[in-house]
Structures are given as structure tokens and as C-alpha cells.
Design a protein around this ligand. Sequence first.
Ligand code: HMG
Ligand code: MG
Length: 303
Amino acid sequence: MAVLPSKVTLVDVGPRDGLQNEKQTIAAEVKVELVDRLTDAGLRNIEVTSFVSPKWVPQMADAAEVMARIRRGPGVVYSVLTPNMKGFEGALAARADEIVVFGAASEAFSQKNINCSIAESIERFRPVAEAARAHGIRVRGAISCAMGCPYQGEVKPEAVGYVAKLMKDIGVQHCGVADTIGVATPRATQAAMQAALKHYELADVSGHFHDTYGQAIGNIYACLEMGISTFDTSVAGLGGCPYAKGATGNVATEDVLYLLQGLGIATGIDLARVVAIGQWVSGILGRKAFARAGNAIAAKLAA
Ligand code: HMG
Ligand code: MG
């Protein structure tokens, strides 16, 4: 049996990936309360918002306001997405602890999501990564469509390796490998991760799984077997990308916590509190949480 990591870091991307796809405008105060509650539940890395064009993603137009109003916990990393220098300037003014440049392993998705080719995106990220490092801000990279693309279909691990190398070359410190449309199965996941691991250390690679086909927990377990110990998750399974139609939310933080708790892997996060947050935010959005373990635990408590 593979030795699994004894500790795992979860990055809750709910406030950003989760809410960016919501059709109804969500008040800044709800976003702030969501981040604050996640801080209180023990999350140590929270993806708060995106400094992107409000014409492209209107829901993130209040990025500066949300960042200004959150209550920052000691040692907690509050990250934001920055596609270009304009985004970086917003992130810097907002005192983000970490920025995320987001590219893709698929040319078609790169065009749809950020309106440029993969090579052009790297040229846009280069000054962003340089400026971030000059200001002591950590730079994380996300590689979308690493295991399948809504426009071009299959994506080969070599394409992931190609983008990972380009990101490494421009000084991106961490490589997040993303299954944007949630199609991957465990072996395909391991192949994509292996491609990123050719260029990044084990501690600097993470998995980001949307759960469209219900494979995310299996894929995370496959990553744990490889020693990968950082994952993006989203409270209540919120999430989706406006430029990946049909893709559902990220794997729920509650479900991953339940898995990790069962495996005896420490996270420092309070599952019961995250369950309560998931139920609360789903109530505000007017629907049931997309969190299997979360809903089961909530139902048991209510009984
Ligand atoms: P563009 O139209 O090519 O950009 O968009 P542009 O430079 O020509 O600028 C056009 C307008 O946008 C200008 O305004 C700029 O000032 C403004 P105008 O003169 O027309 O009034 N603008 C900005 N405004 C605010 N902040 C900025 C910014 N940049 C330009 N940073 C651009 C290119 C990258 C800006 C656009 O395509 C964009 O914002 N895309 C963001 C898409 C996005 O946020 N997608 C979702 C996040 S990625 C994701 O969900 C995947 C992930 O979860 C992993 C996974 O699951 O795969 C991370
Ligand atoms: Mg995503």
C-alpha cells in the first residue's frame, strides 16, 4: 500500500471559483462573510476573488471591495486571480498574499477564457510573475483543461508538461493542475500530474478537480498515492467556469475533509464548521449544497 501524506493543505476556492459562475449578483457582504467564516473554520489558504475584466466576469467586479473588507487571520494566505499586469496592480493595492496566473493546456480554451494563445498568455504572465516576486508575493499557476477540454476534447499529458515548463521558466512557484470539466479518471489524473512533476517539486504541485463526472474524490486519492498534498476544493461544491459550459462545481471541501479524516490525514480544518458554512451559503444561493458528506452530516445533526 502506498504511503499517503500525513498532512494535506486545502485551498478553498469557493469565494472565487465558486461564486464567479453564479448568474445572480451576490452582495460583497456575503462574499466577505464567506471568506471570514472559512478563516474561522481553519482554512489557511483561501482564494478570495479575481482581478479580471468585469466585462468578462461581472461577478468579480467587486474584487477590491471584498479584499478590503475581509478579516485576515494570522498566517492565512488570501489569494486572487490576476491574468495580466492590470490585474496584478489591483492585487497589489488589495494586499493579496498570493496571486494566481491561469493558463491552459488547450489552445482553444486559452482563447475562450483569456482571449490569447498559450504562448501569448505566458508573455503576459512573465511581467506579472516578475513584479510579484519583486514585491514578495507568491505566484501560483493554474493549468486549465489539463485532462480534457470542452472545445478540443482530449488533452495529452505532454501538453500539461509543456505549459508547466513555460510557467517554471518565468518564475511561477507553484503548479496547479486543473480538470476544468471534471472528466478525468485516476490513471489520467496521475499521468497529468506526472507531467507537471517533471518540472515542479512534489510540494509545489496541486490538484484542482471539478466534479462533473463524480470522479474527483477518486482522483484526489490517486494524487495522495503519488504524495501530492495540496488540493483546491470548494465549500458546498460551488463552482464552475463561465467559459466551460456544462462543467459543474469543484469537489466539495466537506467531502474531501471527510475523506482525509477517514484516512487519518491532518488538515487543521474543522469539518463540522465547514459543513455549517456549506449549508449557510447554499441557503443564500437558494439550493441544496453539492456536498455529499456535507449534506449527510447536516441531515444527521438535524435528525
Ligand atoms: P481582453 O478583452 O483581450 O483584454 O481580455 P484587453 O487587454 O484588450 O482589455 C479589454 C478591457 O478589459 C479594457 O477595458 C481593459 O482595461 C479591461 P476597456 O478599455 O474596454 O474599458 N481589463 C481589465 N479590467 C480589470 N481587470 C483586469 C483587466 N484586464 C483588462 N485585469 C482578459 C483579456 C484576460 C482581461 C479577459 O479575457 C479576462 O478578464 N478573462 C478572465 C476570464 C476568467 O476570469 N475566467 C474564469 C477564471 S479561470 C478558471 O475558472 C479556471 C480555474 O478555476 C482552473 C480550472 O478549473 O481550470 C482557475
Ligand atoms: Mg476551476
